[in-house]
Design a protein around this ligand. Structure first.
Ligand SMILES: [Fe+2]
Ligand SMILES: [Fe+2]
Length: 182
């Protein structure tokens, strides 16, 4: 019995180790392909905006990028990893907290309008490829009516829905808003 339990716990430890290595490899790919986005002021500013639960927009888009890579790997979907990562990181680049309405921006139809705002903001700072534009524009499909036109956009759309669901039911927990000087 003891031997069986030991073998089981060794298997569990190996699986945990492999999972950690996969996580690290995806994180390294994100840093390699998008260091300019990660270091930008606006991307860091997304740490002060909540997306779902206590998850900031910054954490959410990083999760979506990691899950997008995982989906592409697990299902063997041929994708441009660079465009997949950069599109995922910029898919919610709307740069405000949609939970805090003001007179000018009541954010009532945030779900419908934020892909357009994210795209407009991203285009002012980055030279986006057609695929990256498709990812940002269509990630809220079916709300956006016109479906994604490339594999990368389908993958990010699926990853975004999964992450949003897990964050809303608080199975994915964030660290909350990080304020400057706090
Ligand atoms: Fe979104
Ligand atoms: Fe999102």
């Amino acid at each position: 019995m003891k031997k069986k339990a030991k073998v089981r716990s060794m298997r569990k430890a190996r699986r945990w180790q492999e999972g950690l290595e996969r996580y690290r490899a995806r994180q390294q790919a994100i840093v390699r392909e998008a260091s300019d986005i990660l270091a930008s002021d606006n991307f860091c500013r997304m740490r002060t905006h909540i997306q779902h639960g206590n998850m900031t927009v910054n954490e959410h888009v990083l999760n979506v990028a990691r899950y997008s890579l995982a989906i592409a790997e697990i299902f063997g979907i041929p994708c441009s990893r660079r465009e997949l990562i950069r599109g995922a990181l910029l898919h919610d680049y709307f740069l405000y907290d949609w939970h805090i309405p003001d007179q000018e921006h009541p954010h009532r139809l945030h779900g419908f309008f934020h892909p357009g705002r994210a795209l407009k903001n991203a285009l002012t700072e980055y030279d986006l490829t057609e695929r990256e534009i498709d990812i940002i524009k269509k990630h809220m499909w079916p709300l956006t009516v016109i479906p994604p036109m490339c594999r990368e956009a389908w993958v990010v759309t699926a990853a975004d829905k999964w992450c949003s669901f897990m964050e809303t039911i608080r199975l994915h927990k964030g660290h909350g808003v990080i304020r400057q000087g706090a």
